[in-house]
Structure formats: C-alpha cells, structure tokens
Design a protein around this ligand. Structure first.
Ligand code: COA
Length: 276
C-alpha cells in the first residue's frame, strides 16, 4: 500500500498509520485528506490489520489544517474544491474513524494543533508523549476552533478548559492533556511507541467481533435515550452471538463454568478460535 502523504506498516496485526509530511509538521493538505480516506478504506477489509495506530512522522503528530494549501489556496478561490475537501475531511474523522470497525489508538508524538484535535478525539484511545505540545491556535490567527474542532471540545473537554484554551491559544503538554482527559495517559516520548504497541497487541489479542460490539454499543449509546440504548444492546448481543458462532456463550461462559479459565483475570484463546 503506497500513499503520497501517509505511511502504513503492518506488523503482528497492528497497522501503524503515519501522517507523513514531516517537512510541514504533518499539516493536513488536500492530498493527506484524500490519502487518509483511502487508507481507512483499504485497511477496513485487510484481515492483517486488527488494530490501527495513528501517529505522525518526525516531531509532530499533526499541525492541524495546512494553512496554506487548505485555507489560503482553496477557501474563497476554489469554493467547490474547498467544499469537497471540507466534507471529505469531516467524513474520514467524524464518521469513518469514529465508527471504524476496528480499535484505533492515537499515538500523539509531538505537535497537535487545532484541526488535529478531531484526529485524536475520533480514535478510541489516545496516548501522548509527556513532551507533546497541544494548542488551539486558531484564535492566534483570528479564527475560532472551526469545522469539527468545537464539537471535539464540546465532546471531550471540561467547559472551563475548552474556553480557556480556545480563547488564549495557550499550549499544553501531554501530561496536561491526560489530566484533562483528552488522552488516556502520557509517557516519556522515548517510551511512547513501546507503550502504544504493547497496548495495541493486548487489544489485538481479544475477539474482533467483541471489540467491534464494544465500540458500537458505546458510541451509538451516546446518542440514544435509555430505552433505545437497551434495545440496541439487546439486539447487538444476538448479532454478536451469530457473528461469533456462539463463542461468547459456549467458549467464554461455558469454559469458565468448566473451571478452564477465569475471565476476571484475563482472556481465553478458545473464544477467538470458535468465533473465527
Ligand atoms: N500549515 C501549513 N504549513 C505548516 C503548518 C500548517 N498548519 N504548520 C507548519 N507548517 C510548515 C511551516 O510553514 C514550515 O514550512 P517551511 O519549511 O516551508 O517554511 C514547516 O512546516 C516547518 O514549520 P516551522 O514553523 O519551521 O517549525 P517549528 O518547529 O518552528 O514550529 C509549529 C512548528 C507547529 C509550532 C509552527 O509551524 C506553527 O505554529 N504552525 C501552525 C500551527 C497551526 O496554527 N495550525 C493550524 C491549526 S488549524
């Protein structure tokens, strides 16, 4: 798989997806938007990729929108192309990545500005380097957190933090991002990749159907009332039973009842063998 602005490396069921414009701090230009859309489409059906890790090349995760190629060269000058790219951008993060059928982890290795916040939000899990630098820089160039970014703030930030950082453009590091709950936790940059890959392998050891159901139930419940959420969960339970050939009931619960393993202490490989 070759893309102009994105690298994909697959090893041990983990697809590492690297936004790869290090000379431009991985700012999202139209080509990167097109490439990310295609990467996600290609990996969706690739059985070698069970978990996705999203990161950036060099010392940057992603410096947000490419201010020159996205705003300066398109907005106002090529309105249809701007509209097409704007929609594609919202689509690959807001829908495709958010509801991706496989677990996703953002590995925030460095700069993460404005337009890149939704890239982090739409991954299921996010781990940052302590040294990573986050910022809502839009206010500094006279904009506001536009597109999907204000919705990311509404979804993930405490109100005081959203407005403090949105109105000042002040930077914060990975430790602070973890304290705010925007990432799960942070580790020193030197340990980041090992930490994330260990986590990715742990998740890759679980049943793929159960992982998808975990995401679906959580993400769709967010938009539902209580009755609808229960109804959806009940239907998912039966869908999962069918998708797994009954694995969670027979190998999962059945083997626990036979005393073959303790689910409270870890997984059981027979589940995935039956589930397929
Ligand atoms: N859009 C377009 N180009 C960008 C960019 C962006 N968002 N962020 C960085 N670049 C480019 C720089 O223009 C520079 O290009 P050049 O070498 O052709 O001059 C190159 O990437 C390297 O950036 P530089 O500023 O020299 O690196 P730095 O380490 O000193 O600073 C940043 C890095 C990220 C702090 C700084 O580039 C910056 O403030 N970028 C804008 C961040 C931003 O506001 N993003 C938009 C959010 S929507």
């Amino acid at each position: 798989m070759r893309y102009e602005t994105v690298l994909v490396d697959i090893e041990e069921k983990i697809a590492k997806v690297t936004m790869n414009r290090p000379d431009k701090k991985n700012a999202m230009n139209p080509q990167l938007i097109v490439d990310m859309s295609q990467v996600l489409e290609d990996l969706r059906y690739n059985d070698d990729a069970k978990v996705l890790v999203l990161t950036g090349a060099g010392n940057s995760f992603c410096a947000g929108m490419d201010l020159k190629e996205f705003f300066h060269e398109l907005k106002g000058k090529k309105p249809q192309e701007y509209d097409r790219m704007w929609r594609l951008l919202q689509e690959w993060r807001g829908r495709t990545l958010r509801f991706y059928p496989k677990p996703t982890i953002a590995m925030v290795n460095g700069y993460c500005f404005g337009g890149a916040f939704p890239n982090v939000e739409c991954c299921d899990i996010a781990i940052a380097a302590d040294e990573a630098m986050f910022g809502l820089s839009e206010i500094n160039f006279g904009l506001f957190p536009g597109g999907h970014v204000s919705k990311t703030l509404a979804n993930m930030f405490r109100p005081r933090d959203a407005l403090l950082y949105g109105m000042t453009g002040r930077q914060f590091n990975g430790k602070k991002a973890a304290e705010m709950g925007f990432v799960n936790y942070s580790v020193p940059l030197a340990q980041l990749e090992t930490e994330v890959m260990t986590l990715a392998k742990e998740i890759a050891g679980k049943d793929a159907h159960a992982l998808k159901a975990t995401k679906d139930a959580y993400r769709h419940s967010l938009d539902m009332g209580w009755e609808a959420a229960l109804n959806y969960s009940r239907a998912k339970e039966d869908e999962l039973y069918l998708a797994q050939n009954g694995a969670w009931v027979e190998s999962g619960i059945g083997d626990f009842m036979k005393g073959l393993y303790k689910p409270g202490l870890g997984g059981h490989e027979e589940i995935e063998k039956k589930s397929g």
